[in-house]
Ligand binder design. Structure first.
Ligand code: NAI
Length: 323
């Protein structure tokens, strides 16, 4: 019945959708048939200020002008009440939630010694607490329908590191941990959760990314991958994707094959560790573990006590290591 990637009869919530990447996600979802909750508190780049309903309202108007359906939500993702209110809005207006894109974000860049606790907390509360606050009520609704697509927005700063962003990097990488566990909880309920690490010129990055690349760094390049991950066709869960400038790839946490030291009875010395450090650190033949059970299974296999069975594989990205 459906041609291509469509979201007819589906309801999508996009946080921080008043501008930048979130606005583009909201517009494209609506163009493809979704009813959209455009959430944005309309604050400054560092999350300060009174907030404003204007950015969210403008995107709702844009969607309506295209013949789509949308409502605005001005609540902050940074409190549990805000998260509940955002999802309540979706249910009141459209009756359900199928898609949640956790996209709202702020920056408070400082090198660690200059970073005040308030700057740490503000970034954690929007990115990390925000994902919990909105995803939890959304997940409850998705579970009722046995279907859901959730996106968390991580960052190359978290995956790889960036000077002056310990708060932001920690929050962004924490979202990968959030995804890793929630993907397992979502399996039985038809709920898939994936992470996107965008690179795009927006208000957030206009003085961070090289200005001469601004034409190349169109945020529009990120949208198609996010649409795919939000779609019924999405075959993966628990995956991380980089997207920018038309370049798309997957990042993953892999585990090296390692070595077993000793007989499992005697504790190896620090000197033995030093002597074997190259082999311990080797990533040759490294692979992903789909869950802690898989990782523990690999460990037990390595020490010669295959007690745990590798759990059933789900998602085509699963690679299990065989010793
Ligand atoms: P942006 O600044 O253009 O948009 C972020 C939006 O989130 C703003 O409209 C802001 O008002 C809203 N927002 C902030 N705090 C909020 C809160 N508590 N509740 C509701 N809305 C809130 O930034 P951009 O670039 O579009 O960023 C979107 C996401 O992508 C963020 O999570 C960001 O960390 C992430 N990201 C962006 C990158 C880039 O290159 N632009 C790189 C890596 C990650």
């Amino acid at each position: 019945k459906r041609q291509g990637i469509r979201f007819d009869d589906q309801v999508a919530v996009v946080t921080g959708a008043g501008q930048g990447l979130g606005r583009l996600y909201a517009l494209e979802l609506a163009k493809r048939g979704a009813k959209v909750v455009v959430n944005d508190l309309g604050g400054a780049r560092d999350g300060s200020g009174q907030g404003s309903s204007t950015p969210a309202d403008k995107v709702v108007e844009e969607i309506k002008a295209l013949g789509g359906e949308a409502v605005a939500s001005y609540d902050s993702v940074s409190t549990p009440e805000g998260g509940e209110a955002i999802i309540d809005k979706a249910v009141e207006a459209f009756g359900r939630v199928d898609i949640l894109i956790n996209n709202a974000g702020i920056l408070r860049d400082k090198s660690l010694t200059k970073m005040e606790a308030s700057e740490w907390d503000a970034v954690m509360s929007v990115h990390l607490d925000g994902a919990y606050n909105v995803t939890r009520p959304a997940y409850i609704k998705m579970r009722e329908n046995g279907y859901g697509r959730i996106i968390v927005t991580t960052s190359a700063a978290g995956l790889y590191g960036n000077f002056g962003q310990t708060n932001y990097s920690a929050a962004k990488m924490a979202l990968v941990g959030f995804m890793n566990s929630l993907k397992l909880e979502g399996e039985k309920n038809g709920i898939k959760i994936n992470a996107i690490a965008p690179i795009a010129m927006t208000r957030l990055t206009e003085d961070i990314l090289p200005p001469d690349l601004s034409e190349k760094l169109k945020p529009e390049f990120v949208t198609p991958l996010v649409m795919f991950l939000c779609s019924e066709q999405c075959p993966v869960t628990g995956s991380i994707y980089n997207a920018g400038m038309g370049y798309y790839n997957r990042a993953a946490i892999v585990t090296g094959p390692g070595v077993v030291l000793g007989d499992g009875q005697t504790i190896p010395t620090a000197e033995e560790i030093a002597r074997n450090s190259k082999n311990i650190a080797s990533l040759e033949g490294a692979a992903e573990c789909y869950s802690i059970t898989a990782a523990l299974g690999d460990m037990l296999n390595a020490v010669g006590k295959p007690v745990l069975k590798t759990p059933p594989k789900s998602g085509d990205q699963t690679v299990s290591r065989v010793f």
